[in-house]
Design a protein around this ligand. Structure first.
Ligand code: GCB
Length: 613
C-alpha cells in the first residue's frame, strides 16, 4: 500500500509539473542586463524517456532515493549507489545550435535529449529578480533547476522564460532542459513538413537580471494610419504596480509621463512631430527609453505606417512593391539552423544582393537577430506562424498551441518596423473547420496589434473544365488584408511553356503577393532549358513567371521559393537532391544559380518603376 501511495505521489508530482507553463514573456532581452548561458552543455540522448522512468532499480518506499535516478536530479552516485547516468562525464553540445548538425549520429534523431549547464552567478543587487530566458527550443522543453521543475514550453520557434530568483545560489547552480523534438499529429506544425526537424536548444539561453518591479513588455508604435501619434502600452511586473513612468525619445524631444494601473498596465497615446519615417531606403531607428523609479530600459525603434487601399500596398502613404525572397532559418553552408547575428547577416546580405526590400521568413518565426538586423538594414519582413499544410483543425489543444506560438512572436517583434505582415498559415486546404481555426488566430493577432497587415499563403486551383484558368477564391481571403498565393506552374503543374498561357481569376480587390513559385535545379548542372533539374530549366520558370505575374492587376510583391537550397528528408532523389530541396537560388556551397540573376534584373527594373511613380 505504502509503495502504491509513493508511486502515485511521484506520478502526481510529474503530472502537476507538466501542467505548468512558462512565466509571462519578457521582451527586449537584447537591451537588458543579461548573462549568457551559451556554450557547451553536457547532454544525454534519451530515446526511451528513461530520464523520468528508470525508477525500477530503486526501493519504491524511498522517495528521496527514487527520484535521484531521474535525470533532472543531476545526481552523482554516492559510493556504490546505482545511478546510471552522469552529466559530468557526458559529452557536450554547443548552444545555441541544433543537435542534428553537430553529431553525425544525431542527424536524423527525433526524440529527447537532456541538456545540463552548471553556472555561478551573483546578482548585482540582492533585491533584484532573475529569470532564465530561452530564445527558442524545438519542440517541447521541460526545464528544471535545483531538483525543481520550472515549467515547460511547447513550440519550436518562440521565446520563453522562467523566474529563478528563489532558487539561485551564488555557486554550483544547474539548469537541466529536456528537449524533445518528436513530431506529433496534434502539433503545430503537424507530422509532415518540407524542412528538417532540427532539435535542441537552437537559440540563445540567457540569465536576465531585473529590478523587483520591472518593465516586462511595451508596445510603442505609430497609431494605425497616423504620422504624429504614438499609441501603445507599458506592462510592469512586480510589487509596485501603480506608479509613474516616462517614455522618452530624446531625438524627438519627447518625455511623456504615464501612469500604470493596479495591474501594472499603462495604455497611452501621445503626439510627436517631425519624425523621420522608417523605410527600406532610410531605415531610421530612434532611441526610445522607458524609465521607472527602478530601471531605464532602452530600445531602437523605427516608426512607419503600412496599409492597403484597394489593391494598393502603401508604406508611409506611398505605393510599395515588395521585391522579396523566401528564407528558411538555415545556414546551408555550415549546415543546420541559423543562429546568431553572423548567420542572419549572411542570409540578409544575399537578399540585398538580389536587390530585395523584403523577405518572407518561412515557415515559422525565425530568431530575433533576423528581425533586429532587418530593422537596421531596411528590409521589410513577413513573419509566419507554423500552421503548415494540414493541422488538426478541430482539436482545441492544437488551436491553443497555434494561438500561443502566434502570441509569442507578436509579443517579441511588435516594436520592429521591419515587420509589416503577420502570416497565419501556409497552404492549408480549404474546409469549414480550417476557416474557423484560422479566423480565431486572425482575431487574436488583430487584437494584439492593429498596426500590421494580416495575410496567409493560400492555394489556387484550376477552373473546372478550363485547364488554363487559375482561380483564387479561398473564403479566407475575405478575412485577410493581403492575399498570399503559392503557385508552381512549370514545376508541379506542367512545363514552363504552360506559364504564359494561364489566365487568372482573382475576385478580391486586395494586394496580391505571390508567396511562392520556383523549381529545383542542381547548381552546376547545365543543359537545355527543357531538361528538368538543370539551372536552365529553373531559369526558364523564372523568366516565364515574371512575364506572367506582372499582368495580374493586384500583383504587389513576390517571394520566390527560395533563397538557398535547404535540407529536407522528403527530397531523396539520388545525385540531385540527396536530402536537399533544390529550389534555392543559391546552393549549399554558396554558389548562385542562373535564376538568381534573372530575379535580380527584374527587381532592378521594379525598383526603378516604383521610384518613378
Ligand atoms: C510549397 C511549400 C514549401 C515547399 C515547396 C516545395 O508549396 O509551401 O514549404 O518547400 O512547396 O518545394 O515543394
Amino acid at each position: 500500500m505504502k509503495k502504491m501511495v509513493v508511486r502515485i505521489l511521484g506520478f502526481w508530482l510529474i503530472s502537476v509539473n507538466i501542467a505548468l507553463s512558462q512565466d509571462a514573456q519578457i521582451t527586449n532581452i537584447q537591451n537588458r542586463n543579461t548573462f549568457s548561458l551559451n556554450g557547451k552543455w553536457n547532454y544525454i540522448v534519451d530515446p526511451y524517456e528513461n530520464g523520468y522512468y528508470n525508477y525500477r532499480y530503486e526501493p519504491y518506499d524511498q522517495m528521496e532515493s527514487m527520484s535521484r535516478s531521474a535525470f533532472f536530479m543531476n545526481s552523482e552516485a554516492k559510493g556504490s549507489e546505482l545511478i546510471e547516468y552522469d552529466f559530468n562525464n557526458a559529452s557536450t553540445l554547443l548552444v545555441p545550435r541544433d543537435w542534428n548538425s553537430q553529431e553525425k549520429e544525431l542527424l536524423y534523431y527525433e526524440g529527447t535529449i537532456w541538456y545540463r549547464k552548471l553556472f555561478d552567478y551573483k546578482k548585482k543587487k540582492p533585491s533584484n529578480r532573475l529569470f532564465v530566458h530561452f530564445g527558442g527550443a524545438n519542440y517541447q522543453t521541460d526545464v528544471y533547476m535545483d531538483y525543481k521543475k520550472l515549467g515547460k514550453h511547447v513550440g519550436g520557434f518562440t521565446p520563453f522564460n522562467f523566474e529563478i530568483t528563489n532558487l539561485l545560489k551564488e555557486t554550483d547552480n544547474y539548469i537541466i532542459a529536456k528537449v524533445d523534438n518528436k513530431r506529433k499529429a496534434e502539433g503545430v506544425p503537424t507530422l509532415n513538413t518540407d524542412w528538417w526537424n532540427y532539435g535542441g536548444l537552437t537559440r540563445d539561453v540567457q540569465l536576465v537580471e531585473v529590478p523587483e518591479t520591472f518593465v516586462q513588455d511595451y508596445f510603442i508604435q505609430l497609431a494605425k494610419g497616423s504620422y504624429n501619434e504614438i499609441s501603445g502600452f507599458v506592462q510592469l511586473n512586480g510589487k509596485e504596480q501603480s506608479t509613474n513612468l516616462t517614455i522618452s525619445i530624446p531625438e524627438l524631444k519627447i518625455n511623456q509621463m504615464v501612469k500604470t494601473d493596479e495591474k501594472g498596465l499603462a495604455n497611452f497615446t501621445f503626439k510627436i512631430s517631425k519624425v523621420v519615417l522608417w523605410s527600406p531606403e532610410n531605415p531610421k531607428l530612434y532611441e526610445v527609453i522607458v524609465k521607472t523609479n527602478w530601471e531605464q530600459l532602452s530600445d531602437q525603434i523605427g516608426f512607419r505606417n503600412i496599409e492597403t487601399r484597394g489593391s494598393e500596398l502603401l508604406l508611409n502613404g506611398k505605393p510599395l512593391f515588395l521585391r522579396g525572397i523566401s528564407i528558411h532559418e538555415e545556414n546551408p553552408i555550415r549546415g543546420g539552423r541559423a543562429t546568431g547575428i553572423e548567420d542572419a547577416r549572411m542570409l540578409l546580405n544575399w537578399a540585398k544582393e538580389l536587390n530585395c526590400n523584403y523577405v518572407r521568413l518561412a515557415h515559422y518565426p525565425h530568431n530575433e537577430y533576423m528581425v533586429r538586423l532587418a530593422d537596421k538594414m531596411g528590409i521589410l519582413e513577413w513573419e509566419e506562424n507554423p500552421v503548415y499544410w494540414t493541422i488538426q483543425w478541430q482539436n482545441q489543444e492544437t488551436l491553443e498551441n497555434a494561438k500561443n506560438q502566434l502570441k509569442e512572436v507578436i509579443t517579441r517583434d511588435k516594436n520592429r518596423a521591419s515587420v509589416i505582415i503577420w502570416s497565419m498559415a501556409n497552404e492549408t486546404p480549404a474546409s469549414e473547420p480550417r476557416l474557423v481555426f484560422i479566423r480565431t488566430l486572425i482575431d487574436m493577432a488583430r487584437s494584439m496589434d492593429s498596426t500590421r497587415l494580416i495575410s496567409a499563403a493560400l492555394e489556387k486551383h484550376q477552373k473546372q473544365d478550363e485547364p488554363l484558368t487559375m482561380v483564387l477564391e479561398d473564403p479566407l481571403a475575405e478575412s485577410i488584408d493581403v492575399l498570399g498565393m503559392n503557385e508552381y506552374l512549370g514545376w508541379y503543374d506542367g512545363f514552363p511553356e504552360k506559364i504564359g498561357k494561364v489566365k487568372w481569376e482573382i475576385k478580391y480587390n486586395k494586394p496580391l503577393i505571390i508567396t511562392e513559385f520556383g523549381g529545383d535545379a542542381l547548381q552546376g548542372l547545365h543543359g537545355d532549358k527543357s531538361v528538368r533539374w538543370t539551372e536552365e530549366f529553373q531559369e526558364e520558370i523564372y523568366n516565364e513567371t515574371i512575364k506572367m505575374m506582372v499582368k495580374i492587376p493586384q500583383f504587389r510583391g513576390v517571394t520566390p521559393w527560395i533563397l538557398t537550397d535547404f535540407r529536407s528528408p522528403r527530397r531523396t532523389l539520388p545525385n540531385i537532391q540527396d536530402g536537399w530541396n533544390r529550389k534555392g537560388l543559391i546552393s549549399e556551397t554558396g554558389n548562385k544559380k542562373l535564376a538568381f540573376w534573372i530575379l535580380k534584373k527584374f527587381y532592378d527594373e521594379m525598383e526603378l518603376k516604383y521610384k518613378k511613380n
